[in-house]
Design a protein. Structure first.
Length: 260
């Protein structure tokens, strides 16, 4: 299936690690140009070098998205380099474990800033370009907004806000033909997830206990499976889909986990 994304500029926050990296690579495979906005790190530079070594087309803007001004600067840099923005993938964030009891009101606000503010700010500053291209937005959310997790009030609240903004923006942007959708992952085998598993005394046993609760295939979701949904939603093949929350999770959230 030709998704019609060739030469399209896709701005992806956190697009050099985990789910974001998979989305960037999927864009390249479709002939699109990922414009990756992410904080700098060794892993980010390694990913960029890997793409350069293969001669791939992409842009990397190494920038923290900790304030509205930094988001504005990121959009300005993207337009200076790419001259247009055809789609926005809001993906960057971190499950920072700011809980009701383990955190504080100030830490809660910082968690919202780390995980929600830049979703709004990036869309706000990208909007004129998205109007010009009649583009689309995909927000990467999390099952924590639906199921809860415990000990992560800030992250869960931010993810719930992302889902609410998806519906709100879909309504607000209807007159401009801009589609807005969200993907809701559950258990995805990313490098960050692998590092989290390594904190347990028996990582393999912990992983088995998790996958036993995933109905379809009793396995983790792969980042490429999230990326495939993201590209479909960004493409013209999803031309009549907006305001939706799409679950790519092997049935984790909605199917009976007791099914044998």
């Amino acid at each position: 299936m030709d998704l019609g994304l060739k030469e399209k500029v896709i701005l992806i926050t956190g697009g050099a690690e985990g789910i974001g990296a998979a989305i960037s690579q999927a864009c390249i495979a479709e002939g699109a140009v990922p414009c990756i906005v992410t904080r700098d790190s060794v892993a980010v530079q390694d990913f960029a070098e890997h793409l350069r070594a293969k001669g791939e087309r992409f842009e990397l803007i190494a920038m923290e998205l900790g304030s509205p001004r930094s988001c504005q600067q990121a959009i300005e840099a993207a337009l200076q380099r790419c001259h247009r923005i055809d789609a926005l993938v809001n993906n960057a964030g971190i499950n920072d474990k700011v809980g009701l009891e383990s955190g504080s009101p100030d830490e809660f606000l910082l968690s919202i800033q780390r995980n929600l503010w830049h979703y709004y700010s990036m869309a706000h500053y990208a909007l004129p370009s998205l109007k010009a291209s009649q583009g689309s937005i995909v927000n990467i959310a999390s099952k924590t907004a639906i199921t809860g997790q415990g000990g992560t009030s800030g992250y869960a609240a931010a993810k719930g806000g992302q889902l609410a903004l998806t519906r709100e923006w879909a309504v607000e942007l209807l007159p401009f033909g801009i589609r807005v959708n969200a993907i809701v992952p559950s258990e995805v085998m990313t490098p960050a997830y692998i590092r989290w598993l390594a904190t347990f005394p028996e990582p393999d046993s912990r992983l088995r206990s998790i996958t036993a609760k995933i109905p379809l295939g009793r396995r983790m979701t792969e980042p490429t499976e999230i990326a495939n949904m993201a590209l479909f939603l960004l493409s013209g093949q999803a031309s009549h889909i907006t305001g939706q929350h799409l679950y790519v999770d092997g049935g984790y959230v909605h199917l009976d986990r007791a099914i044998d």
